[in-house]
Design a protein around this ligand. Structure first.
Ligand code: RIB
Length: 314
């Protein structure tokens, strides 16, 4: 079997959050007033923006990150962990607010999670005045753990230089301004985010297509819906295209969506057609679910190659 060819070098700009994740594996939630023992609680590098950047870097892209951490131990540790992935951190500011922190309750039975985020320094992300980084980028990746005003400005400035933008509208928000949806090239929600954005129930592929078409009516250009184990769905005004995901046993779904978007961005910037880029993004998302934690579970190209060989998916 041929191993996946590394993508040609592409420049990816990620603007987003950096969190320390407090990963808490549970068999059940405690009752009010009850103390329970859980498996070891661990600190894991996370944050939707940072996870997306790590996924892009592990797919072979050159990545620059715009973010903000606190002047504290978590901030130093997370910056250094991004640098270990060869991510350019010179545009990460340091704030007097604490580094973003997320408490992740992980259901050991299903691999599903519930997340509580204290944004801290992520609320103080600022874009550079200079446009150099937007001119440098082949693609810009945004999510919603940083201020909306920053995302809107980033999307508008990227568009001035014809740089495509993918918006991952996570965490879910009901009332995203049309100014943002119209400015980005691709909006990539998961089912619950799509449901909240449109007010429609989304629990199967047909429902996802119908809801995504409502977003097209609001001015979105293209939608890629992340459907978890059901794969992903690409919708434009002209067509709909579904891609299946490999079957895996999920032990922790944390960061699967971020890994999907980072991989999708690299694939598209490298010139892959959308179905091929989505297929690779589904494989990376699936593999991310087979390990515990956010960034430690995101595969690089070698791990992806081994996975595809073992799973006989191509
Ligand atoms: O998408 C997963 C991420 O959401 C976690 O790493 C956590 O930090 C929260 O931001």
């Amino acid at each position: 079997m041929s191993s996946p060819k590394p993508a040609p070098p592409v420049n990816v700009l990620v603007i987003g959050s950096i969190n320390m994740d407090v990963l808490t594996p549970l068999r059940r939630l405690p009752e009010p007033g009850e103390t329970i023992h859980v498996e070891d609680i661990t600190l894991v590098p996370g944050g939707k923006g940072a996870n997306t950047a790590v996924a892009a870097a592990r797919q072979g892209a050159t990545v620059r990150f715009i973010g903000c951490v606190g002047d504290d131990a978590f901030g130093k540790q997370l910056r250094s962990s991004l640098e270990d992935d060869h991510i350019d951190c010179r545009l990460i500011r340091t704030s007097t607010r604490g580094t973003g922190t997320a408490v992740i309750l992980l259901d050991r039975a299903t691999g599903q999670n519930a997340i509580m985020v204290g944004p801290g320094a992520n609320d103080e992300v600022l874009l550079p005045k200079d446009d150099e980084v937007f001119k440098w980028a082949d693609i810009v990746l945004l999510q919603l753990e940083t201020p909306l005003s920053v995302n809107i400005e980033a999307a508008v400035r990227a568009r001035e230089f014809d740089v495509p933008v993918i918006l991952d509208p996570a965490p879910a928000q009901a009332d995203l301004p049309d100014a943002l949806l119209k400015s980005v090239t691709i909006t990539s929600p998961n089912e619950s985010e799509l449901s909240l954005l449109t007010g429609k129930q989304v629990d199967n592929i047909d429902a996802a297509e119908a809801a995504a078409r409502l977003l097209l009516d609001r001015g979105c250009q293209q939608i890629v819906v992340k459907l978890g184990e059901k794969g992903a769905l690409w919708i434009t005004h002209e067509q709909a295209h579904h891609v299946a995901a490999p079957v895996i046993e999920a032990i922790d779904t944390t960061a699967a969506g971020d890994a999907f978007t980072g991989t999708l961005g690299v694939g598209l910037a490298a010139g892959l057609d959308m179905p091929t880029a989505m297929k690779r993004a589904c494989q990376v998302g699936a593999l991310t679910c087979t390990q515990l934690g956010a960034q430690p579970s995101i595969p690089d190209l070698k791990a992806l190659s081994r996975f595809k060989e073992a799973m006989r998916v191509y």
